[in-house]
Design a protein around this ligand. Sequence first.
Ligand SMILES: [Zn+2]
Length: 257
Amino acid sequence: MSFKVTVLGSSGGYAGAGRACSGFLLERDGDSLVLDLGSGALSHLLEYREPDDIGGVALTHMHYDHYVDMHGLCTARRFWPTGLPPLPVLAPPGAGDVLTAALQESSREAFLELIDLRVASPGVEIDLAGFAITPFAAKHVMDSLAYRVGDGERTLFYTGDTEWSDELLEGARDVDMLICEATFTSQVPGKAPGHLSARDAGRLAAEAGVGRLVITHVWPTLDGKRAVEDARGQFEGPIDLALEDMVLFVGPYPCAT
Ligand SMILES: [Zn+2]
């Protein structure tokens, strides 16, 4: 068995021209789970799933390039003709405050009734939308998580935004697919704290022994091909550069979805 991954957004920091910020749709046997929903990602999600046909969302952290389209998704669900139950959302502590911060006080309670917010804790596995998710502490400039996601057979690890850490290596160990942020390439001499370079992504893939590396979150002004080349210097396995609407399979192709 396999599960399908569709890239909803791959742009780091802000949505570059014609691009969207972080988002990935995982599908298997009718189940659907969204990892992050940054600016522009909802537009791509709705190409594949109706608002009433989404099993859950897991947010890695509360920077707008990873969550802000939750507002649009919740608006779509709120006014859906049939009325919908709260959408299960897994997120770091404090997510409810961030999600409602831009709303008028009178709207906050109504917004929170649209979601079933579950607080993610590192090491505590949770079943969400047909997938088993284990959060790992990420090393970003705020509370942030990386997620190891499995369907009982295949595993994926999504870093969200993070620096290098031992937890990252542990979480990515032996997964079939590593979706790794690579905000910076060798085009720039250094990098901002809280992020990885493409070279780091390749090194993580190699040290963790993953089956396949997918590079995402490259800064929009930097070159994705260079990111792949940087990673290639570290990792000999298959490498893909995430691009909007790209479809990948965790496990053999074709699969049932
Ligand atoms: Zn980001």
